[in-house]
Design a protein around this ligand. Structure first.
Ligand code: SF4
Ligand code: SF4
Length: 186
């Protein structure tokens, strides 16, 4: 999906496989029909693709940590969320269940949290895990409690079950058939 930058996507097509593109009624984890050795409608790709801001393309992580290798696609959450939490918030979508907990994923997350960002991992099949930025754990717990977020805390992380996430972020679990309807509702 990327525009020109210092880094090139090469043969990675990870975002075109895992990201949601409402304009095309493309749900998460379903390869885009226009993804064919790059984007076959690049000049006319929809706004979601034009606005896509891949963290790896922006220069985060090592050269060898391209999303198709780490099986994690990452982007910065909107400024409103960073303003709310008082620091940058990164979202990561697992391409494969568990890619965030293998050493490469773990390293990438630690790099971000140590650098002052919180990380929201959207697991492939099992809900979300929120990794607070260094020094933000207690404050995050206080806020989650206040907002009545249904979490399980383990090892300084906040685990949100799939059932809970389905209720709060149904778009993540949408199919081609109900994506449009869900986006209009939310
Ligand atoms: S995930 Fe990033 S590197 Fe991979 S195709 Fe998308 S923009 Fe390019
Ligand atoms: S339209 Fe192009 S850039 Fe957008 S998801 Fe499909 S292949 Fe990727």
């Amino acid at each position: 999906m990327a525009a020109k930058s210092k880094r090139e996507c090469g043969d990675c097509t990870a975002c075109c496989e895992v990201m949601i593109v409402p304009e095309l009624q493309k749900p998460a984890h379903q390869k885009c029909v226009y993804a064919d050795n790059g984007c076959s409608m690049y000049e006319h790709r929809p706004p979601t693709c034009r606005d896509w801001d891949c963290l790896w393309i922006k220069g985060k992580f090592g050269n060898k940590e391209r999303p198709d290798k780490t099986r994690l696609v990452s982007w910065i959450m909107p400024p409103s969320q960073s303003a709310q939490w008082g620091h940058p918030v990164v979202a990561m979508r697992e391409i494969k269940e568990g890619s965030s907990v293998v050493p490469a994923g773990d390293r990438a997350i630690k790099k971000l949290t140590n650098g002052g960002a919180s990380v929201i991992v959207i697991r492939r099949d099992t809900g979300r895990v929120v990794y607070p930025a260094r020094g933000f754990k207690d404050e995050m717990k206080r806020r989650f409690d206040h907002q009545k977020v249904d979490y399980l805390m383990k090892g300084g992380r906040f685990y949100l079950s799939k059932e809970y996430c389905q209720k709060i972020w149904p778009v993540d679990y949408a199919t081609k058939d109900n994506l449009k309807e869900l986006i209009q509702i939310s």
